[in-house]
Write a protein that binds this ligand. Structure first.
Ligand SMILES: [Zn+2]
Length: 414
């Protein structure tokens, strides 16, 4: 077979392309195929043009292979939703075009390592990227999994299987950051119907939520403010980051410009536009995964993409639980999470929601939100939803660490 082995070369070419700011290729992925052999499973990705790619394994939260495909577009007939079933070691796959580096994610049925990756010249079909996966023990999988470190030369690149420290939110000590909105010289929505302004309602709610969470004995609670002080929005994010928070809840009360009829609670998560702002912010502010100058930019980009995607999924999951709980206490303004680019949600990794607890412009809502007994019930329900969200922690398993390495084979050994 006239195939071209270029595993190490393509990784370097990707870095070079990014450094020079070259425009993304408009490569189309036209097929994903699997071949099951005695001791390996072959994954073949076809494209209309030769493409750069890089495969590596991740152990957390599930065993999977991530194939970074810069500039790739999904165009597989019959699989328009980007998902399909695998064969052999691969249970299924999905294409994730979000973020800067599109990627194909293979869910593994069992632990496996990338044995080889190479390209094949076009035959009947298109250009082919080939990744051979071999079953491996738990230990060698963990050893080989994670994100590759930076290497100056191809020799180093192909010989190195390093571990990096990317620590996702843990279950060891669950840290919840409560962010009562506004404060000090920023009153938020004005008080109506004889009630307090938003900053006071938010603070009272925050203190009630803190008490409810501490009473369970399961959480560390960090308040962005517990008095009537002014805080910049960025400080609120920095508090969450500094605490390595597992969840960020910003508490607010709404005001409707269109009158007094709007009422009920709403939960906001970060919008698409907000996600791209979060990306920019992570880059300019230097978030944790960018703090390592030992990783290639392309790997940092991928980490950022995956972190933002995970943040979004987790935030939406919690938002649903919170809406469900809150609906037992009072009416909902919207029964599904809403999306908006709120600044305090812009951290790139902490799952975050903004809870508009009701409308101060509605008399009933205003009365409720100024009633300590109602706030206790609403915050008790909020604490219940936090319990549901952290159910997966099962009372505190050890802090998990994602360990990574490149699935880059050594051409010299072939
Ligand atoms: Zn507000």
């Amino acid at each position: 077979m006239d195939f071209l082995i270029r595993a190490g070369v393509c990784a370097l070419a990707m870095v070079a392309a990014l450094v020079s700011g070259a425009p993304a290729l408009a490569d189309q992925i036209t097929a994903v195929r699997f071949g099951v052999h005695d001791d390996y499973t072959r994954v073949v990705i076809e494209s209309d043009r030769p493409m750069d790619f890089r495969a590596f394994t991740l152990s957390d939260p599930a065993a999977r292979v991530v194939i970074a495909l810069p500039g790739a577009r999904w165009s597989v007939p019959g699989l328009e939703n980007g998902q399909g079933r695998g064969h052999g070691l691969v249970g299924g796959f999905r294409f994730d075009p979000s973020g800067q580096t599109p990627r194909l994610i293979l869910e593994l049925n069992e632990t496996a390592v990338v044995r080889e990756e190479f390209t094949l010249a076009p035959g009947e079909g298109g250009h082919r990227m080939v990744i051979d996966l071999a079953a491996s023990g738990e230990a060698s999988f963990t050893q080989a999994s994670g994100f590759p470190e930076q290497h100056q030369t191809m020799t180093q690149l192909v010989h190195h299987a390093a571990q990096v420290s990317y620590v996702p939110p843990s279950c060891e000590a669950i840290r919840v950051v409560i962010d009562p909105g506004h404060g000090g010289r920023d009153p938020g929505a004005p008080g109506r119907f004889g009630g307090a302004p938003e900053k006071t309602v938010a603070l009272n709610a925050g203190l009630a939520l803190r008490d409810a969470l501490l009473a369970t004995g399961r959480y560390e609670v960090i308040m962005t403010r517990d008095t009537d002080v002014f805080l910049e929005l960025n400080e609120r994010i920095q508090i969450a980051q500094g605490a390595e928070a597992d969840l960020f809840i910003s508490l607010h009360a709404d005001a409707s410009p269109s009158g007094s009829s709007a009422r009920g609670a709403a939960v906001y998560t970060l919008s698409d536009h907000g996600l791209s702002r979060a990306r920019s912010r992570a880059i300019t502010e230097g978030d944790w995964f960018l703090s390592s100058d030992t990783r290639p930019q392309e790997v940092n980009n991928l980490l950022l993409d995956m972190s933002l995607q995970e943040k979004r999924n987790q935030s939406l999951m919690f938002a649903d639980m919170l809406l469900n709980s809150a609906s037992s206490v009072g009416p909902l303004f919207r029964s599904a999470p809403l999306e908006r680019g709120f600044y305090v949600l812009l951290d790139s990794q902490v799952p975050a929601i903004l809870f508009e607890m009701g409308f101060l412009t509605n008399e009933t809502d205003s009365r409720n939100l100024n009633d300590p007994a109602f706030l206790r019930r609403l915050m008790g329900a909020t604490a219940d939803s936090i319990d549901s969200y952290f159910q997966r922690c099962g009372g505190g398993e050890p802090r998990r660490t994602v360990v990574a390495s490149g699935g880059v084979a050594d051409p010299a050994s072939r």
